[in-house]
Design a protein around this ligand. Structure first.
Ligand SMILES: *Cc1c(COP(=O)(O)O)cnc(C)c1O
Length: 390
């Protein structure tokens, strides 16, 4: 096994000459680190016979999906095109789940034609529409109810999904009427329940609270003599954006161990996880060149050729990404590291200490493998950046 120290910044430095040949901005993926991460996930999940579905929305590049499939993970999709990407990249339809509050008729029909494993349904209105579309095809759709457990994930408000104020899932107080409705919808088969409370969750106590709520819901179903074959607890495990070199692989042992300790599983029941960020975030880096250095009032600006169009997380969630200068080893100076886009939020970091930086230096923005390339936009008519796999 390659040493972990060699997997992030050092790998990039080793490949510096190669990187210099490429146009920037460029997404660089470290497949060695990805494989080590997937191996760790598999080893810990297998201990408890847990099933992991990879959340495609974090990164849906074919080489990444190939690795996910090779390690035996299923696919968690939130759009018709993601279902399509999963199936076209070789995932068996029986391993594909489809969630989302706003599935269109076209997306539902496509997924019905593919006989996917489960629709994770988020409202009674959606159940009615799905039943109608399945009936028109003479099919029975397998569904899981996405329940909003009203658990605080203690993460950024834009990526909190499991509170009643959020648009996601069916609230506890609606469950009675949803179960009554389900009895009148013959083209739906309930196979389980689904939860997903948010993303970039680093305080594991949120998952413990989730387990407690899931146990309560399980009892609710049990008293009504409803059997659930599948419990899907979603994803959301966070990564260390501050120390990507020291912590390249999240603590999957603690994560799965916590569910094993606190989640009450019935005999024969399958437990599913849907992890996205924690599998791919650390293996990706956005590499960019410095275009200009410009004097500012308190710091200088290092103006990059990458911007919010290649990585929107800092602009959208005020999130932190570690920034390194791969080309310079001079004394450190403070910079505001910004992109070329016509928005003041197009800033990767304020008052960042970097070795003295010059035009042409290669800058690495770490931990960009998840919610980076997939969120790229063409704003300012920007050209789509390419990806390189090391
Ligand atoms: C986004 C999402 C996930 C994955 O979340 P991560 O934080 O990337 O692990 C899982 N399930 C559903 C339903 C999602 O929307």
């Amino acid at each position: 096994m390659e040493s972990l120290k060699e997997t992030t910044e050092t790998t990039l430095k080793q490949h510096l000459q190669e990187l210099q040949q490429h146009p920037t901005p460029l997404y660089v993926y470290n497949l060695g680190l990805l494989r080590q991460t997937l191996q760790a996930v598999k080893q810990e999940a297998d201990k408890y016979n847990y099933h992991v579905h990879y959340a495609l929305k974090a990164n849906a590049n074919t080489p990444i999906l190939n690795e996910m499939r090779t390690y035996g993970f299923g696919a968690d999709c939130v759009s018709g095109n993601e279902v399509k990407a999963a199936i076209e990249n070789g995932f068996a339809p029986a391993e594909v789940v489809f969630a989302g509050v706003g599935k269109s008729d076209e997306e539902i029909n496509y997924a019905l034609d593919q006989d996917i494993f489960s629709f994770n349904c988020e409202s009674s209105h959606e159940l009615e529409v799905l039943n109608e579309l399945a009936a028109a095809k003479g099919k029975i759709a397998r569904i899981a109810l996405r329940i909003n457990p009203n658990v605080n994930a203690n993460t950024h408000k834009y990526i909190t999904t499991g509170l009643e104020e959020n648009k996601f899932g069916i609230n506890a107080w609606e469950l009675d009427s949803v179960m009554t409705l389900l009895q009148q919808l013959p083209n739906l088969k309930l196979i389980g329940v689904h939860f997903h409370i948010g993303s970039q969750i680093t305080d594991l106590s949120a998952f413990k609270n989730l387990c407690t709520r899931v146990n309560e819901f399980q009892e609710w179903f049990e008293t009504r003599k409803i059997e659930l074959e599948h419990i899907n607890v979603g994803g959301g495990l966070g990564v260390d954006y501050y120390h990507p070199e020291q912590n390249p692989i999240p603590d999957f042992e603690a994560y799965f161990g916590l569910f094993n300790q606190f989640l009450e599983v019935r005999p024969g029941q399958q437990v599913h996880f849907e992890l996205g960020r924690s599998l791919v975030a650390q293996c990706g880096t956005l590499v960019s060149r410095v275009l200009y250095i410009k004097n500012g009032i308190t710091t200088n600006f290092a103006i990059l050729d990458a911007g919010m169009t290649e990585l929107i997380r800092p602009a959208l969630y005020q999130s932190y990404h570690k920034i390194e200068n791969l080309s310079s080893s001079k004394a450190e100076v403070r910079y505001d590291v910004v992109g070329p886009i016509c928005e003041s939020s197009d800033c990767f970091g304020k008052a960042v200490m970097l070795p003295e930086t010059s035009r042409g230096d290669l800058i690495a923005i770490q931990t960009a493998g998840a919610y980076g390339e997939v969120m790229a936009s063409a704003y300012n008519l920007r050209t789509k950046a390419k990806a390189l796999y090391l």
